[in-house]
Design a protein around this ligand. Structure first.
Ligand SMILES: NC(=O)c1ccc[n+]([C@@H]2O[C@H](COP(=O)([O-])OP(=O)(O)OC[C@H]3O[C@@H](n4cnc5c(N)ncnc54)[C@H](OP(=O)(O)O)[C@@H]3O)[C@@H](O)[C@H]2O)c1
Length: 339
């Protein structure tokens, strides 16, 4: 390694976890509007393995064109190593966390699985002092997703998933059902819905019951024993953080005038039935937002929102972390430790 190189996880072709290699890469050059962060921890998210694999779940025309070697990853926590001249909000030595360039960098521009990453200052917030880098790196994408779906979209960009803007719905006194409740997005959605005054029914496999009670779930349905769509009715809002083609079955659990938010909306095919039942179906794509991370940082700092860690791996073992992800049933988040 020379003065201008760092260690990073790179890949030269699409494929399984075996394509990820730990190797030297150039330290990113700082551009106007950016800060360079010495990364301490990297949070792992589903777009990482979608990109690793070449976004095979998307129709061919939608798959991003990109150049190799590729560096995956969006979510980081670390220490500011340098700051562009036009950035006044951060100084060298600040502890920060961020979701880097998403979705603009989703085709390989975010490059977080590395010792250094350059981040637009507008994506960055001071790390909550009350949590360590592992917990801070675990939060950004999953927590911003829960927040932007449930509380505040936080931007006016066009919605790539539907012609209309995604609008959160009132939560106080409402019953919210969260599917995939123990996963990255789900465990934050449970806490955010509770924080905003909802009664929460959490759906997860039974091993997550104790955790979900600790996070505030009022009722838990173990989907391995009971099909939730057979036992719940009159729900105000379903947040389906599993999503895909099985989202449709939740329509019959929702009251007329209620809403279904499929966090992974590809495969939803019952728009006509939703209209007939009077259920609003709405999704959005999470966007980087340093101001929202600053606001959420206060809730992480004082423990109002808790970050749950499934497991951690050294950066060099990113492939093993992706193998863990492929086994499913994640409780909270997977994180790579960089130092
Ligand atoms: N719209 C956006 O911008 C956006 C942003 C972030 C993520 N997403 C999408 O949201 C989805 C979830 O992401 P994530 O990071 O939360 O994933 P994750 O951490 O892997 O969590 C998925 C959770 O779902 C549970 N699960 C699996 N099968 C289930 C089933 N049939 N019924 C109920 N629960 C089930 C799993 O545990 P158990 O099976 O043990 O309960 C796991 O806890 C992904 O598809 C991701 O691409 C979308």
């Amino acid at each position: 390694m020379t003065a201008n190189t760092m260690k990073a996880i790179q890949q030269d072709r699409f494929g399984g976890p075996e394509v990820l290699r730990y190797d030297d890469a150039p330290i990113p050059e700082l551009k106007p509007g950016e800060v360079l962060v010495r990364v301490h921890a990297v949070g792992i998210n589903p777009p990482d393995w979608y990109l690793r694999d070449g976004y095979k779940m998307l129709p061919p025309a939608w798959r991003p064109q990109l150049t190799f070697p590729l560096i995956l990853g969006t979510d980081i926590s670390g220490v500011v190593a340098s700051v562009a001249d036009d950035v006044g909000a951060f100084t060298v030595g600040d502890e920060v966390y961020a979701m880097t360039r998403f979705p603009d960098g989703a085709a390989g521009g975010s490059r977080a699985y590395a010792e250094y990453v350059s981040v637009p200052a507008s994506d960055v917030a001071l790390k909550p002092a009350g949590i360590d880098h592992v917990h801070a790196a675990a939060a950004p994408m999953s927590l911003l997703t829960a927040w932007q779906f449930l509380v505040d979209l936080g931007h006016d960009e066009p919605n790539p998933l539907q012609p209309t803007r995604h609008e959160p719905v009132p939560l106080v006194g409402r019953t919210v059902l969260v599917n995939g409740a123990a996963g990255g997005v789900g465990h934050f959605a449970v806490q955010v819905a509770k924080l905003k005054g909802a009664r929460v029914i959490a759906i997860a496999s039974g091993k997550h019951e104790t955790l979900l009670r600790e996070l505030g779930a009022d009722e838990i349905i173990d989907y391995t024993k009971t099909a939730p769509e057979d036992v719940v009715r009159d729900i105000d809002l379903v947040v389906d953080s599993v999503g895909g083609p099985t989202t449709d079955r939740f329509l019959r659990t929702i009251r007329r005038g209620g809403a279904l938010f499929p966090v992974f909306p590809l495969g939803f095919s019952s728009a006509e039935e939703a209209r007939r039942l009077g259920v609003t179906v709405s999704a959005t794509q999470v966007r980087s937002n340093g101001a929202q991370l600053a606001e959420l940082g206060r809730l992480l700092d004082d423990g109002t929102i808790r970050v749950v860690i499934d497991s951690t791996y050294p950066l060099a073992d990113a492939g093993r972390a992706h193998e863990r992800a492929a086994r499913g049933h994640i409780q909270g988040k997977l994180v790579l430790e960089v130092r």
